[in-house]
Design a protein around this ligand. Structure first.
Ligand code: PMP
Length: 429
């Protein structure tokens, strides 16, 4: 996990230009509108995760690839009654447009949820979004001109990298270790970029149970990261969808709890409740929040009323934190199944030990390539995401993201056993 810019050397650039020219020629033949696309659309492509979906979803394949939450334990009868009551009692509101910032009754609840991360916000600081994915898009739209730099962990969430690419940002990675972002390296990266005259707009970070690395930023490092960014005049984009899903400990204070004026905090109900409602949020300094609301209104007019009022009612009337505890226990059992199986079947690899969330990050033995190994893995009925998906510069070949969130423990163990067979076969080549 070392520091790397998105720019490769001269040879690499020539290779990329040649590949782009070939793609353009092929594109013109296949798509009559190819030459009409905006420049940013040429950078858009299906993520390695999405293109795996069709294969990974076949029942005979054990998928350690997707990051889908396991929502089997949700109280469906309660939700069915709640939804029908909501429609009967508040139908005209539920089925109407709402305000661009989101419903106040939900924003009040969101403020309570954020208290678990020691964030003390006001409902007016919050913008409700269509999942935190839309919040990522809005923040990037509001801050990034083509060529601006975003500093992001190496590796980084693939969905954020896709957004950053769409806005033509230049992503510069900064390294992590088992305790998250390394403050000294971050300081050095920001210093070098400033010395080179590059404009860094924000640091993108997932401090808790990182997707894909599985690590958590330590308590000691949190104020250091905030101080370094403040000193360099760099905003922090703190993405925290997994924060409440810690296995053994209470949540660490969010970066936003140290300096709410220098941090845009993103939260989501996708992992602690259900992703289908598509409700997330951003909490931001007042002027930024204003811009985010304007950008959101331009994009979607208003967030889903059905989703917002359903979640507000669920939070008000159900023991939602008990549900979170049940999720924690289920994911912990799955994490244990995965790490146990890795120790048993793949001792020649290394992996991170997540204290929460959905993922572990595997480092393959020297000489193996996760991307070129994938077809053999799929033939052997196991799917994973190659580490290359999580770097803006396509590096990460020796790494694999393994998700333990979805398959039951015995399938996880079977998946790891199959993966170990694949690794052994590759080592024998
Ligand atoms: N950020 C991270 C780090 C994620 O892992 C995800 C979902 N995989 C998201 C944001 C987006 O989540 P949602 O839009 O469902 O809130």
């Amino acid at each position: 996990m070392d520091a790397r810019g998105a720019q490769g050397g001269h040879g690499e650039r020539i290779r990329r230009d040649a590949a782009a020219a070939a793609a353009a020629a092929a594109g013109t033949r296949l798509d009559p509108w190819f030459s009409s696309y905006a420049e940013r659309a040429h950078g858009m492509r299906a993520s390695e995760v999405r293109s795996l979906f069709a294969v990974a979803n076949r029942p005979e394949v054990v998928s350690l690839a997707g990051g889908m939450p396991n929502i089997e334990g949700l109280p469906l009868d309660f939700l069915a009654d709640m939804t029908s009551r909501l429609l009967r009692e508040r139908g005209p509101k539920l089925l109407q447009y709402g305000g661009g910032q989101g419903e106040e009754e939900l924003r009040e609840q969101i403020v309570e949820v954020m208290r678990h991360d020691s964030v003390h916000a006001h409902p007016d600081d919050v913008v409700v979004t269509t999942g935190s994915q839309q919040a990522l898009d809005l923040v990037t739209e509001v801050f990034i001109d083509p060529g601006d730099v975003i500093v992001a962990e190496a590796p980084s969430y693939v969905g954020a990298l896709g957004v950053f690419r769409a806005y033509q940002a230049d992503v510069v990675h900064t390294p992590m270790d088992d305790h998250g972002l390394i403050p000294e390296a971050l300081d050095r990266t920001l210093g070098e970029l400033a010395a080179a005259g590059r404009r860094v707009k924000f640091l993108y970070t997932v401090p808790n149970f990182h997707n894909p690395a599985g690590v958590t930023l330590s308590a000691e490092r949190r104020p250091q990261v905030v101080e370094i960014c403040r000193r360099h005049g760099v905003l922090i984009l703190e993405d925290n969808p997994y924060g409440l899903l810690g296995f053994d400990s209470e949540p660490l204070p969010a970066l936003a709890s140290f300096d709410s004026q220098s941090v845009v905090y993103l939260g989501s109900f996708s992992k602690t409740f259900a992703p289908g409602y598509r409700v997330g949020w951003a909490a931001a300094p007042h002027a930024v929040r204003e811009k985010l609301v304007l950008a959101s209104e331009a994009a979607i007019l208003s967030p889903t009323m059905m989703g917002q009022l359903s979640i507000a009612t669920y939070l008000q009337t159900y023991d939602w934190f008990q549900q979170v505890k049940e999720y924690r226990q289920m994911y912990q059992e799955r994490r244990d199944a995965m790490l146990g199986a890795l120790s048993e079947h793949l001792p020649q690899a290394q992996w991170t030990v997540p204290d929460g969330g959905f993922y572990t990050w595997l480092t393959l033995p020297e000489g193996l390539n996760a991307q070129s190994m994938l077809p053999r893995a799929v033939t052997n009925l196991v799917a994973y995401v190659s580490g290359t998906a999580f770097y803006a510069d396509g590096s990460g070949h020796r790494h694999i993201r393994l998700s333990y969130c979805y398959p039951p423990p015995e399938r996880i163990r079977e998946g790891v056993r199959r993966l170990a067979d694949v690794v052994r076969a590759e080592q024998e080549l």
